[in-house]
Design a protein around this ligand. Structure first.
Ligand code: ADP
Length: 503
């Protein structure tokens, strides 16, 4: 009988399910987009019930498409959008408010107050994070303070909090299991990454009762099993759920960045660059986050992380707002139409700048326009902005570590773009390596579930699965690179504090 691992990949815009065989091949998959809810400027919500329904539908659909029997499923692994907050009633199992998404900025003023109150260092020290609405704590507090009855529910021990992994596991187990893993916990701003415990001082600061929090587990172990009847009429069939890991950490593992110094960059809606720093949490002096990369085999691995908020989203902006391209992949071809050396720059700081600048007040800008600037210059400059923004993070990492980065392993939708990958390697002077299967996030969760269930005996077993598609080496003249980078530095700096300056 063939055996399979199922990976549930719950992202910011869609739920996906992949069915993976022992050779690491995807035998079937299914995906469903879900609603993005924008109740006010800067607010972003998801309907947690819709997420559960979509995830469940893609699970059932993919099993159906794969034409496998439920007995052949060894276990389920989960990877998810991080930081997003779901709060639900312990009695009914129903959410008391929409999920507040990581992108949501409603708690910006409160976060500013925390900074003014001098909490930056304490929070940094304990959690490795920078005070920002991005993380869960201020969103949990917002729900407790603003949703009627929330605090009473909590006082009666009837309120539960979870990130999306927690919510899906709760639902998949029929409400039996309330857990998260260390990687997801490390993004809440309530978890001490050194002691690996929920932190009493932070809970008091954010006024969050401890009884709503999930238990924190490793990223690879059996947490529980699916409720009877989820996938089969035979009620004795219950499938073990054996991994949970935040999406970016899953990609780091899926790319097999297992040794200190190994780096991956995911070019999706945003860019997320993570470096494995081994068993030592490295504190950044350059605006990067310190986070838990993995909790596996009784060992915590740490990472340095830099996030670029708008990357592939800038390509979507070319397509959907400016309407100057039809499809994201056309951008590669457009770059070949530029045969002059006009230095046009697009800084797509539509929602402010993430690492290493952390400037919420920056806004997007185009620089270097001339009478001869054409559509293709804009397309090329926008595409290059993904590489420049990633370059800034890579340099910040190299500075924190006091050593050059030699290789970046890449994945995500925009990593298919050959021009972008070559440009990235040229300006950063690092080798760029793209695997054949760029589904590294889903693969990371599948690997961890498979390891917990002895589907794969050891990490060595999975090393053969990851096949390299292409390696890019720097070719561009260093004098040109210097000139290009100078232009970028000046451009990005001119966008700083924009909203404050025009206020
Ligand atoms: P996410 O998981 O964040 O939704 P994906 O990894 O699916 O993102 O990548 C999709 C993003 O990548 C989109 O923002 C899209 O604009 C961009 N993208 C996809 N293909 C290309 C391409 N060939 N060139 C440039 N950008 C691309």
């Amino acid at each position: 009988m063939a055996k399979y691992i199922i990976s549930l990949d719950e992202g910011t815009t869609s739920c996906r399910t992949l069915i993976i065989n022992h050779q690491g091949e995807i035998v079937a998959s299914d995906a469903l987009e879900f609603s993005q809810i924008f109740p006010k400027a800067g607010w972003v919500e998801h309907d947690a019930i819709e997420i559960w329904n979509s995830q469940r539908t893609t699970l059932v659909q993919s099993v159906n498409k794969a034409k496998i029997s439920v007995e052949e499923i060894v276990g389920i692994g989960i990877t998810n959008q991080r930081e997003t907050v779901v709060m639900w009633d312990r009695q009914s199992g129903l959410p008391i408010y929409n999920a507040i998404v990581w992108q949501d900025r409603r708690t910006a003023d409160y976060c500013d107050e925390l900074i003014k109150a001098g909490k930056k260092e304490m929070i940094r020290e304990k959690t490795g994070l920078i005070i920002n609405p991005y993380f869960s704590a201020s969103k949990i507090k917002w729900i407790l303070d603003n949703v009627e009855g929330a605090r009473t529910l909590a006082a009666n021990n009837n309120l539960m909090f979870g990130t999306i992994d927690t919510w899906l596991i709760y639902r998949l187990t029929g409400g039996e299991v309330h857990i998260t893993d260390s990687t997801n916990a490390s993004r809440t701003m309530l978890f001490n990454i050194h002691t690996q415990t929920w932190d009493e001082e932070l809970l008091a600061l954010f006024d969050i009762p401890k009884n709503i929090l999930p238990m924190v587990k490793s990223s690879s172990e059996v947490y529980g099993s699916t409720f009877p009847g989820l996938l089969s009429k035979k009620t004795e069939i219950r499938i073990p759920i054996a991994s949970a890991i935040g999406d970016q950490q899953a990609a780091l593992f899926g790319q097999l960045c297992l040794e200190p110094g190994e780096v991956k960059n995911t070019y999706g809606t945003g860019c997320f660059i993570l470096m494995n720093t081994g068993e030592t949490p490295v504190k950044s002096s350059n605006g990067l986050l310190t986070t838990i990369a993995l909790d596996y085999n009784n060992k915590i691995t740490y990472a340095l992380e830099g996030s670029v908020f708008v990357a592939g989203a800038a390509i979507q902006w070319l397509r959907d707002a400016l309407k100057i391209i039809y499809h994201a992949s056309e951008t590669d071809w457009y770059t070949s139409l530029v045969n002059d050396d006009q230095q046009v720059y697009v800084v797509p700081s539509f929602t402010g700048l993430g690492s290493p600048y952390w400037d919420s007040y920056s806004r997007g800008a185009i620089f270097g326009l001339e009478r001869g600037t054409r559509r293709e210059h804009l397309v090329k400059a926008t595409l290059e902005s993904l590489a420049y923004q990633s370059y800034d993070v890579i340099m910040a990492m190299a500075e924190d570590l006091q050593q050059a980065i030699k290789t970046i392993k890449v994945d995500g939708g925009a990593s298919r773009n050959n021009y972008l990958m070559q440009f990235q390697t040229d300006i950063s002077q690092v080798e760029v390596v793209r695997p054949k299967n760029i589904e590294t996030t889903a693969m990371g969760a599948a690997f961890l579930a498979g390891l917990a269930l002895n589907f794969w005996a050891s990490i060595d077993d999975i090393k053969d699965i990851l096949i390299v598609d292409k390696k890019y080496q720097p070719k561009l003249d260093q004098i040109i690179v210097k000139k290009l980078l100078k232009g970028w530095k000046v451009s990005v700096a001119r966008t700083f504090n924009w909203l404050k300056d025009i206020a």
